[in-house]
Design a protein around this ligand. Structure first.
Ligand code: ADP
Length: 516
């Protein structure tokens, strides 16, 4: 649109030129050389305008020459020769302009291709490391390459200036003299020129004579003439500046500045990746250490608690049997609470010990076990503990379901699943324990009509200390070790535990074990 309007203006100027020449011939001088000047507007049209506009201008030029003949200001031969010269000059200028612009376009295309290839190579180099220090080193290497002009004999160097609060520090440099200045620091606030580059958000030239203080001394000492600063962003924050420098050439052109901008953008992206990776790695190391500390703590506490607990349980049972003398009715009434609490602690200690055994070496004493028998036993021990709100239904096949398992440990898993089914159905309801054959092995499914577990909480269900706290289960005590231990032990048997659940409707945990 703008180009079209420009053409129109040029065309109008050419026509005006031709008309003025005719008017000058008619009213001012009859010198034939004035009429010959018509070749200039037509030549200009040939150089600047498209083919159609040129033809129109030539036709207008010829018409005006005929008009000049008609006015009698030029002779027939002169008018003819002037009219013949117009298309010749117009076409010649048009051809010259086309060949010039096509060779300029060719050169431009070549440069663009070279830049594209260079940027691809630079992107590959920057993306191939996840170490921030290496990314910065490569960024200064490619920047120096990108801004150097070997043909013009202008080598460029590059450095990375990192922003650390109010101070900027040279973090990496690619050429020898500058490399020695790595670690050099200057205040950002006192260098308005650098601040200007930062505010513009794009690569810009900062001249040494616009610098102040230590930065100016530093730049002069290195003998730098050209400094182009491109801000590097890591997300929304300014990370630093990619700085291209040269000692002896006058300037960095617009294309080099936009190349520098692109390199700065790519460096920012590569830095985000590298720094993200570094944080992940540090996080993983911290987690690993934390896990080790947790295991150590678990081991220590469980062993340390065990002996005083055994002593306390011993005394409590002596008290219960009145071996230490008769109890008052009041003492007798609190004794069951003390025993229940000590039993809770004993279970916790047992689970902690089992967890540390699991993390060192757990020895399974496997034998052929009929799951029906084992379930009957475990359900039998649970029934007396029910408070009337729950009922347990045992569903078993007629034939044996034999698995190869550590009887006592599988007993603990079943007790744990049944205990949870009761514990997490605070409103009461039916708990079903269904035994079935599975392939050559066996399967026990424990279902309840309780609180259920949301999809979002599932990933934490079987993790160590993975308690899932919701407003509904707030008052229910637990350690978060039961399911973790149960699944780990089931897996050590070559089996597994899976779960299906719907919030508010209940859950089904299924233990599967291999054949006996
Ligand atoms: P806890 O000692 O807390 O019961 P578990 O490892 O046995 O530890 O269970 C981990 C979490 O899984 C519990 O905190 C609870 O939120 C959830 N959970 C376990 N079993 C059930 C169940 N049958 N119904 C609903 N939630 C359950």
């Amino acid at each position: 649109m703008a180009a079209g309007r420009g053409q129109l203006v040029f065309a109008a100027v050419c026509v005006l030129g031709l008309v003025l020449i005719l008017l000058a011939e008619r009213f001012w001088t009859r010198d034939v050389t004035i009429g010959a000047l018509s070749v200039f507007p037509v030549g200009l049209a040939g150089w600047l305008l498209g083919r159609r506009a040129l033809i129109a201008i030539i036709l207008i030029g010829v018409a005006l020459r005929i008009l000049a003949l008609g006015f009698g200001v030029v002779g027939g031969l002169t008018a003819l020769s002037q009219a013949a010269a117009l298309p010749l000059v117009g076409v010649a200028c048009h051809m010259a302009a086309s060949s010039r612009s096509s060779s300029a376009a060719e050169l431009d295309r070549e440069r663009q291709l070279r830049e594209l290839a260079f940027l691809l190579e630079a992107a590959q180099k920057l993306a191939s490391s996840l170490d921030p220090a290496v990314v910065l080193r490569r960024a200064v290497e490619v920047t120096a390459q990108g801004v150097s002009r070997p043909g013009d004999g202008r080598p460029a160097a590059a450095a990375y200036h990192r922003l650390l609060g109010d101070v900027v520090r040279v973090e990496a440099a690619d050429d020898e003299p500058s490399r020695e200045t790595v670690g050099f620091e200057y205040p950002l606030a006192r260098n308005q020129a650098v601040l200007g580059a930062l505010r513009s958000g794009r690569a810009s030239i900062v001249r040494p004579d616009h610098m102040t203080g230590v930065l100016e001394q530093h730049v002069r000492a290195l003998g730098l003439q050209v400094l182009a600063f491109a801000p590097v962003r890591s997300g929304n924050d300014l990370h630093g500046f990619l700085v291209a420098t040269a000692r002896d050439a006058p300037s960095v052109d617009r294309r080099e500045l936009s190349l520098l901008d692109m390199l700065a953008r790519m460096t920012g992206l590569a830095l985000i990746n590298a720094e993200h990776m570094q944080t992940q790695r540090e996080h993983a190391d911290r987690m690993e250490n934390l896990e080790k500390v947790k295991s150590h703590f678990l081991n220590l506490v469980s062993h340390e608690l065990r002996s005083p607990l055994t002593v306390a349980l011993g005394y409590v049972s002596m008290l219960e049997e009145e071996a230490l003398g008769p109890l008052t009715p009041q003492s007798r009434s609190v004794l069951p609470i003390v025993i229940a609490k000590l039993n809770e602690i004993e279970m916790l200690v047992e689970q902690m010990l089992e967890t540390s055994r699991l993390e060192e070496t757990l020895v399974l004493n496997c034998e052929r076990v009929d799951l029906r028998e084992l379930c009957r036993e475990v359900v039998g021990t649970m029934r007396p503990l029910l408070d009337g709100r729950h009922s347990i239904e045992l569903v078993e096949p007629e034939e044996q379901v034999v698995v190869f398992a550590d009887r006592s440990r599988v007993g603990t898993i079943l007790a744990n699943l049944l205990g949870n089914a009761i514990k997490y159905s605070p409103e009461g309801g039916l708990v079903r324990c269904e035994i079935s054959k599975q392939g050559g092995g066996g399967r026990v499914s424990v279902s309840d009509e309780g609180l259920g577990i949301s999809e979002a909480d599932m990933p934490r269900l079987f993790t160590r200390f993975g308690r899932i706290l919701t407003p509904e289960n707030q008052g229910i005590l637990g350690t978060g070790l039961g399911l973790y231990l149960s699944r780990e032990v089931a897996r050590q048997h070559g089996g597994d535990i899976t779960v299906k659940s719907r919030v508010g409707l209940g859950s089904t945990f299924t233990l599967s074990l291999p054949a006996g």
